[in-house]
Ligand binder design. Structure first.
Ligand code: FUL
Length: 470
């Protein structure tokens, strides 16, 4: 279970291509690495957990924060078993409460009763993540409904000092989450955020951290909170003239990216396992089922975005049994589905066909070269006998740019066409699913691409029928 992703990638065919030059913007090394570990957990935890609110007012007494049995090792065990690569925690949500004893606020764990004010959630979590090999990320809300300096230029220094404090004491972080929300502070004023300095500071003190916001710089918001990336999903985005928060590009642009966008800014899908972001006892019966979670996975990771799944600790400071059970069921589905690449298991043979035959893949160990004249050419996968299938995995080598604009899949049983569909964008991780059928021949045609497409991963699977896209 722990090696889930390694396993998935190992079982996909890796098809080598000749040296290439980049087409359009390409990912940085850290973006590439981030896209290779596409599933991790979000944890919303703080005073709201105890007051049953989603947006705390900032005026809550610090004493409300008092988990009775907080255990970050339990969080990490569950995250690992769920196949997650890391955890991103709300170190500070809009209510301003800090889960670490910040020197720049009087609204923190140090003022709470928890562990007589000696507790430090970030310390405990960073140690537990390190022990279990999980990456740690932080959500630090710029909007602060408690801080007395909020709404004045001095608050920008507070926020910068807090970033320095957490990076220094609990880093490194694989990701830093800047929420775009910007409401009033305790004095009724809104803050003019100094994004330029925020970004400069973080780049300076944490150059390897991936920075999320509506418009990047490294990761963009996907434009909804349902966990769904666009069927068309470009990793490219134009940001000139746009701002974080209400000045961001329209949601459908964030959802699909820009086909000729100037920057490589991949999408991240944030969604909660429950209706709310924070734990509410009344939502214990509303935890998403493993099937729903797997369906979300197909529409996020399966469309080339990363998935950050929120699993909020409860008032004890533990992941509740219902959330944990749903996560384990979700992990089981992924393992059972992607363990068995039918191409390998059934000894299928793959050919690349076209006017210029440029290579035969044989049993999947051969070189793979699509040649310059790719249009209307097809990759052909031949099985010895009709085989039950309902999901195909395709992977573009995006280090050289995202190239494929559209492709089609055709499935045949003997001479009969049993399924056909056209898709837009392939990207670095594309899972297309369809109603299960028996086929002994698959044709994958690249219909349109910006340049010679480079594919370096291919898989054919039989996944639970109830989650396939109809
Ligand atoms: C939003 C916030 O306002 C929600 O409370 C939550 O944290 C979500 C992930 O981001 O902008």
């Amino acid at each position: 279970m722990k090696k889930l992703f390694l396993l998935v990638f190992c079982l996909n065919l890796h098809l080598y291509v000749r040296p290439q030059t980049a087409v359009g913007p390409v990912p940085s090394e850290k973006q590439l690495a981030w896209q290779e570990a596409p599933f991790y957990l979000f944890m919303h935890f703080g005073p709201n957990t105890f007051t049953d609110l989603e947006w705390g007012k900032g005026s809550e007494n610090e004493e409300v924060f008092n988990p009775t049995a907080l255990d970050c090792r339990q969080w990490c065990r569950i995250a690992k078993d769920a196949g997650a690569a890391g955890i991103i925690i709300t170190a500070k949500h809009h209510d301003g409460f800090c889960l670490w004893p910040s020197a720049y606020s009087n609204h923190t764990v140090a003022q709470s009763k928890w562990k007589n004010g000696k507790g430090d959630v970030l310390k405990e979590l960073s140690e537990a993540c390190r022990e279990s090999g999980l990456s740690l990320g932080l959500y630090l809300s710029p909007w602060d409904r408690n801080h007395p300096a909020y709404g004045t230029p001095a608050y920008n220094d507070v926020f910068i000092n807090m970033m320095k404090e957490v990076v220094h004491n609990y880093g490194p972080f694989f990701e830093f989450w800047w929420d775009g929300a910007n409401g009033e502070g305790p004095n009724g004023k809104k803050q003019i955020y100094d994004w330029h300095r925020f970004e400069e500071t973080l780049r300076d003190i944490a150059p390897n951290t991936m920075v999320f916001s509506d418009i990047g710089p490294d990761i963009r918001w996907v434009g909804n909170e349902n966990g769904m990336a666009g069927m068309t999903n470009w990793n490219l985005l134009d940001t000139a003239g746009f701002h974080r928060g209400i000045g961001a590009p329209p949601n459908d642009t964030l959802n699909q990216g820009n086909v000729n966008g100037k920057n490589w800014i991949p999408a991240e899908c944030d969604v909660s396992i429950r209706p709310g972001w924070f734990y509410h006892p009344s939502e214990d019966s509303l935890v998403k089922s493993p099937e729903t979670l797997f369906g979300i996975y197909l529409k996020s990771v399966g469309r080339g975005a990363n998935l950050i799944l929120n699993v909020p600790p409860d008032r004890r400071g533990l992941i509740s049994a219902s959330d944990s059970a749903a996560l384990m069921g979700f992990a089981h589905y992924r393992i059972a589905s992607f363990f068995n690449n039918l191409i390998i298991n059934q000894n299928a043979v793959i050919f690349w066909k076209g006017e210029n035959i440029t290579g035969i893949l044989g049993d999947g160990n051969g070189d793979f070269n699509l040649g310059g004249n790719f249009r209307k050419e097809a990759m052909e996968i031949l099985f010895e006998r009709p085989t039950a299938m309902n999901c195909i995995f395709l992977k573009e080598e995006v280090a050289f740019g995202q190239r494929v604009r559209s492709f089609s899949i055709e499935l045949y049983q003997g001479d009969s066409l049993v399924y056909k569909k056209e898709y837009t964008t392939m990207g670095h991780h594309r899972l297309v699913s369809f109603p299960g059928c028996y086929a002994n021949r698959i044709l994958i045609k690249i219909k349109d691409a910006k340049a010679e497409p480079i594919l370096n991963g291919l898989g054919v699977y039989l996944i639970p029928e109830q989650v396939v896209e109809k």
